[in-house]
Design a protein around this ligand. Structure first.
Ligand code: 0X9
Ligand code: ZN
Length: 443
């Protein structure tokens, strides 16, 4: 394993990376993302969480760690690592886990700093501005609307791309939704859906993309947790913040939105302790952000596919995540596996059932599949490990990660009319398409 010093050198080196050009070769944006605010510097100084590495020869130890309230972020042979409050660390020790190392967040991430080097990433205002300019560029195709308000009252913006329907007007075309940043510090998960939307608009004259925009109803909600995102970059330094900005009864901040959905809510891998990073909230859908996603989905029975982007680890995950059982519908399971396998070939990511990583209840995709029958995938984007930049891999990766993820996006948009087609390889975007995609629903 690399030393901490080596990793910090690596992270510091990424500070000098130039802003990455967009997919069209033009710089996406040049403005610094945040202005420094004096008050915020102190906040990360009082953050008592630690980065902890535990001995974890197998899933049992990972599960014990998750159940103790540690948010596991990295899995390697023999070990797992992640964030823990002092209380979660004590619970993990009491449960018999062997702790290899702990470091404070300031020790581990103190060298990181947001502004200039990562200016390519979008803060909330910049995201909204880019969405509006996208809509202005192709008003016949693009509309934006708010799906609801965040805990602190920000609009949760959605972009819709389709021909012949605007805003919230219903459509009978098969639908798909791409979402980002349920978890605040996973900023790359906002960039990827935004760049996919831009790609579709800028390449709308391409025959296959024109067909998709004609026959599919495509939604993007790139920032599900804007309060958390803004807090994470406040003051020009990263705060390693995962949750939303809810004020909890015990005075702590935040609910893990990816534990707050009503499928298996309250079960394993989702902490009942408000201070933990994986706090599930006081009840299922207690949070305005997850409630807004629920309402958005329920208003659109045409939605057949969902991607919830996260970082990091380079994984493509499919339900269940809350249980080791396989989903009972054998045909659907075959389609999930075919799609995940195909997209793994396109990206080099690893396909697996979510719970193979660890069991965690109340996640978005379990609910989308379990309650709504939507083929829902969690993508854990780049990098592969904490040592490659973790949540903050720098501006240099944005374009490359988008490039790796555009084909899976086109593939899923294509298959959204009938995801079961995946088992036959029936998409023009598959690596070995069985036949030319008809673009027609087989349902
Ligand atoms: O723990 C999560 O919410 C996801 N990983 S992250 O590092 N982005 O926080 C993974 C969710 C996978 N789902 C389940 N295992 N249920
Ligand atoms: Zn995440």
């Amino acid at each position: 394993m690399k030393s901490l010093a080596a990793a910090l050198v690596l992270l510091a080196a990424s500070a000098f990376a130039l802003p990455d050009p967009g997919f069209d070769g033009k710089p996406e944006k040049t403005a610094p993302v945040v202005q420094a605010k004096a008050s915020a510097a102190a906040i990360s100084e009082v953050d008592s969480r630690v980065w902890v590495e535990i001995e974890a020869p197998g899933k049992a130890e990972r599960q014990t760690a998750v159940d103790a309230g540690i948010s596991i972020e990295e899995v390697k042979p023999g070990m797992a690592a992640g964030f823990a409050t002092p209380q979660a660390l004590e619970r993990a020790k009491a449960a018999g886990l062997k702790i290899r190392t702990t470091v404070t967040l300031r020790q581990r991430f103190g060298a990181l700093d947001f502004p200039e080097k990562d200016a390519v990433y979008h803060n909330y205002k910049e995201l909204e501005a880019d969405m509006r300019s996208l809509a202005a560029r192709a008003p016949d195709l693009v509309s934006i609307f708010s799906i609801g308000k965040s805990t602190l009252g920000k609009d949760l913006w959605a972009v819709r791309l389709t021909r012949g329907a605007k805003g919230t007007k219903p459509s009978k075309k098969p639908g798909i939704v791409f979402m980002g940043t349920h978890h605040a510090r996973e900023h790359l998960s906002t960039e990827v859906p935004l760049l996919i939307a831009k790609h579709l608009v800028d390449n709308r004259a391409d025959m296959e993309i024109a067909r998709l925009l004609e026959t599919r109803d495509v939604y993007f909600i790139p920032m599900v947790n804007p309060d958390g995102v803004e807090y994470d970059i406040e003051g020009g330094k990263y705060h390693m913040h995962r949750k939303n900005m809810a004020k909890n009864a015990d005075g702590s901040t935040g609910v893990d939105l990816n534990r707050n959905y009503a499928w298996g809510w309250g079960g394993g891998g989702a902490s009942p302790n408000p201070g933990d990073d994986t706090y599930r909230g006081p009840s299922a859908f207690s949070e305005p952000e997850s409630r807004a996603v629920k309402a958005f989905v329920e208003a659109r029975p045409n939605l057949k596919v969902m991607i919830s982007y996260h970082t990091f680890s380079e994984l493509i995950l499919y339900p269940w995540g809350g249980s080791d059982e396989q989903i009972p519908d054998a045909k659907a399971l075959a389609a999930f596996k075919a799609m995940a396998g195909e997209m793994a070939k396109m990206t080099g990511y690893t396909p697996e059932q979510s719970s193979d990583l660890y069991i965690a209840t109340g996640d978005t995709c379990d609910w989308a599949w379990g309650a709504k029958g939507i083929f829902a995938f969690t993508f854990e984007l780049t990098p592969k490990s904490m040592w490659d930049g973790g949540f903050y891999p720098g501006a240099g990766v944005v374009s490359r990660v988008f490039q790796a993820n555009i084909r899976p996006a086109l593939y899923l948009i294509d298959l959204s009319d009938d995801p079961l087609r995946a088992v036959k390889g029936a998409s023009v975007f598959a690596s070995t398409p069985a036949s030319k995609s008809s673009g027609e629903s087989t349902k």
